[in-house]
Design a protein around this ligand. Structure first.
Ligand SMILES: [Zn+2]
Length: 226
């Protein structure tokens, strides 16, 4: 705890004038452009790796970067997505998995979940990845198997996210784009899901995201009570 407090004191001492100005500007509201959903793993630091400033990213983290499908149960992540899309009007949502993920390793080796009933229950939302890999790449084990599992989990969670009505509505009019990424901790590299090719490719600025075509060109007017 002492390290945390010392760290905060150091942060305040060394804060630049620009940061001070930014914090006072942000005190009355936020308009983040992107919601970033990733794993709780301490090695994944979105603000650090994207060189992001306070106010840029609406970050949500949980074990395994999971988004339960709509109506199955109301979870913190589902509520946060709804808020990000309807109130903050984020333009992008990224679901980002990572290398050496403990949650994905537990999917590979369910014995590791003994004595962790809540984690076990939570990881049922990642069953889609386990089944897809078990059915289609049953002979690929170890690190390579873990990579496929991590990728399929991101693809599966993107599908879950599309079942949320707020997400589906914003994607239908083109105001929201969704992205599935994997962050490699050791290499500091990101690969992104390219739905046209059905695989993950190194992230570059002009690569297509995981959003299907919009069906409406503008937001539908909201009916007025008057
Ligand atoms: Zn993880």
């Amino acid at each position: 705890m002492e390290r945390l407090i010392q760290g905060f004191e150091q942060f305040r001492r060394e804060m630049t004038a620009e940061h001070r100005e930014l914090f006072s500007r942000l005190a009355s509201g936020q308009t983040p452009h992107t919601m970033f959903i990733t794993c709780a793993d301490s090695r994944v630091m979105p603000e650090l790796i994207f060189n992001a400033q306070p106010g840029d990213l609406f970050v949500y983290r949980n074990v395994g970067n999971i988004v339960p499908p709509y109506a199955q149960h109301v979870s913190g992540v589902v509520a946060a997505i709804e808020y990000a899309v309807t109130a903050l009007k984020v333009q992008h949502i990224v679901i980002c998995g990572h290398s050496d993920c403990g949650a994905m390793k537990a999917l590979q080796n369910p014995a590791a979940l003994k004595g962790k009933p809540s984690v076990e229950q939570w990881l049922k939302h990642a069953d889609v990845a386990r089944y897809v890999v078990a059915e289609n790449r049953p002979t690929i084990l170890g690190e390579e198997g873990l990579r496929y599992l991590t990728e399929e989990n991101v693809v599966g969670q993107l599908e879950h996210m599309r079942t949320l009505p707020a997400v589906a509505a914003a994607m239908a009019n083109g105001s929201l784009r969704i992205h599935g990424w994997i962050y490699d901790i050791a290499k500091t590299e990101i690969t992104a899901f390219d739905p046209a090719q059905g695989r993950f490719r190194p992230l570059v600025a002009d690569m297509p995201d995981a959003t299907p075509h919009a069906r409406f060109s503008v937001r539908l007017p909201v009916a007025s009570a008057a």
